[in-house]
Design a protein around this ligand. Structure first.
Ligand code: G1P
Length: 290
């Protein structure tokens, strides 16, 4: 897997039921943390990792993501005429010029593995990244996917991001069996999707970042429905392990689970506290409310 990571897949066809009623009309990936939607943070991380092709796996109701990345001529003209250069740059610079967006439709909600498989015609047989925008990862240096891509290029391996979670939460995640005592990365011995705490091999959870070989598509084609009756990416990774290496990678950064209300609140507070224009007032508000 020594080729650079050019393509990144964003599975964004989910219904976002945890954010109903808002998600009736607002795609959950468009929910903002301050002034940027979750999908923008994910795209920034992909571009930081070197991607020049962004593949969005969406559904037929979700036009907002394509609209968001499209050029908004009227808005740009208005901002230009009124001399609002900073805002103009903000709406124009969502994606660098050399990066292209491709939209693929997942016609049936058959699971994350199926969603990734929908990207096969665009990705082909080369290593690619996957970012689940619900998992927002903040850090000061290289983004999580860049860290993983660098590791993958050096070690010629598939890479999945992991993080320890409380044992009672294993049922929310893919869980990895790997000996992480030696450092940031370790060979995965086994992965299992959403095990009950009493049978989970560890409390090392998969976070929504993957670097995978093109071979995963053939394995996904053969993957039968698993946990929750869905075609699981984790199960295809388990098949990949039978023929080659996959590493678990503990990235540098803080993850916010923005697929949950509490995670979105935490991310919003965190980013407000990082923003010089908001930090002081936010701190004062939190102190007064607690
Ligand atoms: C998916 C994956 C799971 C992973 C999680 C990370 O689950 O199937 O292995 O741990 O993302 O966010 P989901 O959150 O879609 O249920």
């Amino acid at each position: 897997m020594s080729a650079p990571l050019r393509k990144v897949v964003f599975p964004v066809a989910g219904l976002g039921t945890r954010f109903l009623p808002a998600s009736k009309v607002v795609a959950k990936e468009m929910l903002p943390v301050l002034d940027k939607p979750l999908i923008q943070y994910a795209v920034d991380e992909a571009v930081d990792a070197g991607a020049d092709t962004l593949v969005f796996v969406t559904n037929r109701y979700k036009h907002a993501i394509a609209d968001y990345f499209d050029t908004a001529y009227e808005l740009e003209q208005k901002l230009e005429r009124s001399g609002k250069q900073e805002l103009l740059a903000a709406v124009r610079g969502l994606i660098p010029k050399h990066v292209r967006c491709v939209y693929v439709t997942q016609s049936e909600a058959l699971g994350l593995g199926h969603a990734v498989l929908c990207a096969k015609p665009v990705v082909g047989d080369e290593p690619f990244g996957v970012i689940l925008p619900d998992d927002l990862i903040w850090n000061r240096g290289a983004g999580a996917l860049r860290q993983m891509a660098q590791f993958a290029a050096n070690a010629e391996t598939g890479v999945i991001a992991v993080e320890e979670v409380p044992r009672e939460e294993t049922q929310k995640y893919g869980i990895v069996d790997a000996d992480m005592t030696a450092g940031r990365a370790a060979r995965v011995r086994h992965v299992v999707e959403k095990p009950k705490p009493e049978v989970a091999p560890s409390n090392l959870a998969i976070v929504g970042r993957y670097v995978l070989p093109g071979r995963i598509f053939e394995l996904l084609e053969k993957t039968k429905p698993g946990a929750g009756g869905e075609i699981q990416l984790t199960d295809a990774i388990a098949s990949l392990l039978r023929e080659g290496e996959v590493h678990a990678f503990r990235f540098e950064g803080t993850r916010f689970d923005c697929g949950s209300k509490l995670g979105l609140v935490k991310a919003t507070l965190h980013f407000a506290l990082q923003d010089p224009a908001l930090a002081q007032a936010t701190r004062a508000f939190v102190a007064a409310s607690s």
